[in-house]
Design a protein around this ligand. Structure first.
Ligand code: AMP
Ligand code: GLY
Length: 423
């Protein structure tokens, strides 16, 4: 099978690493890729925003299957365009990608199908939004409706903070994404992420992950794209997984199909486990980054037939096998991230992959043959262990072998699970 993978982050490196192990793979291309992905796939330079150019490449190379990593091309309709050319694609249509592309769209699906989530209202002007906030009081959550690279959400502990967030949105802090806002009730509990493949009708549950969104140790400081993750998430017991499938995923699949937007691809459900049980915070329509890295470390099955089954509507005929051993990834970021940071700083040396250890490239390039850091989040240092504690020790032992002057990481990834293990 000839496969094209789209994307350039740590998530796509993990997907490439896993896909390349498939006995079904005959030719493997990636665009734009990164130096880590280049170990597994031939990199091609395509403008992913030019859907015709991507389709032309697929025709020229007789590509059988396209795997789309990030959300932006999905929301922009790349999967629709490629499918119109008869290609098989892993990833939803633009209409179905609204589950990530519009928070208001998702909340409306939740309301219509009785999916547990925080009570909400949608607004397209500041005065009405502010009146609602004053009426509801704090804590309260203000969200720009559209894609805002993970920055459009303010969890406001005071009314003043919420009012300021509304001004930010309508004054253009998030561009077009902020033209509408969703104001939502604050949910109290422990967060977890749940991943599930879907082919429009059938669902194949994958696994659970816990992320670390804040930049600082002890979950302090500003939100980031994620500073580390581990799988499985202990808060997601078998009962919580069953309830998530029944109360959240299955009604969503039904709702999307009935609305005329059957969903195929991966559901990444951001959940709050409250006293009432799992409630939906948000959907993403692609694998999480860095959540994907720990999922791929634990997946024993061949990934390619699973993604293909999601694209072909045959998920009821496949199974995914997982290692019981937890996996943990530590994100090494450029100093200053998520604010401004220096680019092109040299990464002098990286440890080799070992048994259950792997360093994924998230934001690197080759410059005159030397590896440099080009992104905010740069490396995902990943390890498995018999416990989260052991996976953490092994990951940090590897972090300490990375020679990169301008890098930093949190030293407490996995702390919640490790506290539970000690208890
Ligand atoms: P999102 O981009 O929707 O994932 O939101 C980013 C983060 O904001 C989430 O991971 C949560 O930590 C927090 N958050 C979002 N919505 C809520 C909510 N209704 N209640 C509490 N925290 C929330
Ligand atoms: N780590 C969060 C995300 O991929 O959206």
């Amino acid at each position: 099978m000839k496969v094209l993978l789209i994307g350039s982050g740590g998530r796509e490196h993990a997907l490439a690493w896993k896909l390349a192990q498939s006995p079904l793979m005959t030719e493997f291309y990636a665009t734009p890729g990164n130096p880590g992905i280049a170990e597994h796939a031939a990199l091609v330079s395509l403008n992913v925003e030019d859907h015709e150019a991507v389709a032309a490449f697929c025709r020229e190379k007789a590509i059988d299957f396209v795997v789309v990593g990030p959300e932006a091309p999905l929301v922009a309709g790349l999967a629709d365009r490629l499918r119109a050319y008869g290609l098989k694609v892993f990833g939803p249509s633009a209409a179905a990608a609204q589950l990530e592309g519009s928070k208001g769209f998702t909340k409306d699906i939740c309301a219509r199908y009785n999916i547990p989530t925080g009570a909400y209202q949608r607004f397209n002007n500041a005065p009405k939004a502010k009146a609602y906030i004053r009426e509801q009081g704090a804590p309260i959550v203000v969200k720009a409706d559209g894609l805002a690279a993970g920055k459009g959400v303010t969890v406001a502990m005071t009314v003043e903070e919420a009012l300021a967030a509304v001004d930010d949105c309508f004054e253009g802090a998030f561009g077009a994404a902020g033209a509408e806002v969703v104001i939502e009730a604050y949910l109290d509990g422990e967060e977890a992420s749940f991943f599930c493949l879907c082919d429009g009708r059938n669902a194949l549950p994958l696994a659970t992950v816990q992320d670390h969104k804040r930049v600082g140790e002890g979950d302090t400081g500003v939100n980031t794209g994620g500073m580390g993750a581990y799988s499985p998430a202990p808060v997601m017991t078998a009962e919580m997984i069953e309830r998530t499938m029944k109360e959240i995923i299955e009604p969503t699949i039904r709702g999307m199909a009935e609305s005329g937007y059957p969903f195929s691809g991966v559901f990444f459900a951001g959940l709050m486990i409250t006293a009432k049980g799992p409630e939906l915070i948000e959907y993403n329509v692609r694998f999480g980054d860095p959540e994907c890295q720990v999922l791929m470390m634990r997946l024993k099955s061949d990934l390619l037939p699973l993604l293909l089954a999601a694209a072909e509507g045959t998920l009821d005929k496949v199974m995914a096998e997982w290692s019981d051993d937890p996996a943990l990834t530590v994100v090494m970021a450029s100093k200053g991230y998520p604010g401004s940071y220096e680019k092109n700083t040299p990464i002098v040396s990286l440890p080799e992959a070992g048994d259950g250890t792997k360093v994924f490239h998230a934001g690197t390039s080759l410059k005159d043959g030397e590896l440099v850091a080009t992104g905010g989040r740069v490396l995902n240092v990943t390890a498995t262990g018999r416990t989260v504690g052991e996976a953490q020790n092994r990951a940090y032992a590897l972090v300490d072998k990375v020679e990169w002057e301008n890098g930093f990481c949190r030293r407490d990834i996995g702390w919640r699970a490790i506290e539970r293990e000690k208890a």
